[in-house]
Design a protein around this ligand. Structure first.
Ligand code: ADP
Ligand code: MG
Length: 284
């Protein structure tokens, strides 16, 4: 199954020396309100990056500019050295509450949609497309559900189907917006295990999450965001009390203990799906 992505060779126009993803001074304003302010960061191929920050910090906006859905007011986004417009190497799994789950479509169809960029709209899926869809469903453990309606599945299963779509798309860069929010622990672990496997296949992964412990445990880099880039780097460098205070401000409660500061990031997610405390223990 690990060979699923092997036949894909990147488009020749790409500058292979460039980092996989580069943002330079990216600013996005909605009306007069800044959603992102002068974000500069660079992600290399195979990096696994958690994007954290309070509600309204601009996490979804960041993914939308990387996916080319939102144009920055100023600054530049580059993927493998070129602009994000319809870049088929970007696989995007939006926030759950932005998807219409009543749409009557089967699991197999959802995954086949990942092939549209490669097939083109005027051609029927061929044998290779069907094989890739099947292999992708097997890789996320959802082959038995191929004929089911997407709306009938649990939240964790739906996320796995969207991961299969990204695999079928042969994406090099995966953006997942809060894929773990509202899922039970086994479903979260299943998704994290799939992400670990994708990372070993050199797929570059950006995941927005509210869970700082999970971010520290499963990701090599953390983007700490609150409209501005508060910090970017390995978890130990980013998840310090000072930087978390800068990003979360009044939403963060710090409790001092003998073993180290215990930080309670009291975050509340959009859509009313989750309203719970997340915490992270830091070195004292
Ligand atoms: P997050 O995903 O971190 O919660 P968002 O990127 O969704 O943050 O939102 C950042 C800010 O931009 C918020 O203040 C939000 O209300 C605003 N915003 C997001 N999308 C739009 C939009 N389409 N139109 C106007 N304002 C928006
Ligand atoms: Mg969001």
């Amino acid at each position: 199954m690990a060979t699923l992505l092997a036949p894909f060779s990147p488009p020749p126009l790409h500058d292979r020396a460039a980092p996989l993803l580069q943002l330079e001074n990216v600013t996005v304003n909605y009306g007069n309100a800044p959603a992102l302010h002068r974000i500069t960061l660079q992600v290399n191929q195979g990096d696994c990056v958690a994007v954290v920050g309070p509600n309204g910090a601009g996490k979804s906006t960041l993914f939308n500019v990387i996916a080319g859905i939102v144009k920055p007011n100023s600054g530049r986004v580059q993927i493998s050295g070129s602009g994000p417009d319809r870049h088929i190497c970007v696989g995007y799994v939006p926030q759950r509450n932005r998807i219409d789950w009543r749409f009557p479509v089967t699991v197999r169809d959802v995954v086949m949609m990942g092939r549209v960029g490669k097939i083109g709209l005027l051609r029927w899926p061929g044998r290779r497309d069907r094989d890739l869809v099947q292999a992708a469903l097997e890789q996320v453990g959802m082959a038995a559900f191929a004929g089911r309606q997407i709306g009938e599945l649990s939240g964790g299963q739906q996320q796995r189907v969207f991961l299969a779509r990204v695999l079928a798309q042969e994406a090099e860069l995966l953006l997942m917006d809060e894929p773990l929010s509202g899922l039970d622990i086994p479903s979260q672990e299943a998704i994290l295990a799939i992400l670990d496997r994708l990372r070993r296949q050199q797929i570059t992964i950006l995941v927005a999450t509210h869970d700082l412990n999970q971010a520290a445990a499963h990701f090599s880099q953390i983007v700490l965001l609150n409209r501005r880039l508060v910090a970017f780097g390995p978890p130990n460098d980013v998840l310090t009390p000072e930087r978390l205070m800068l990003a979360y401000g009044s939403q963060l409660h710090v409790v001092h203990s003998d073993s180290g500061d215990l930080l309670l990031a009291d975050t509340c997610c959009g859509g009313g799906e989750m309203d719970e405390e997340r915490f992270v223990r830091t070195e004292g």
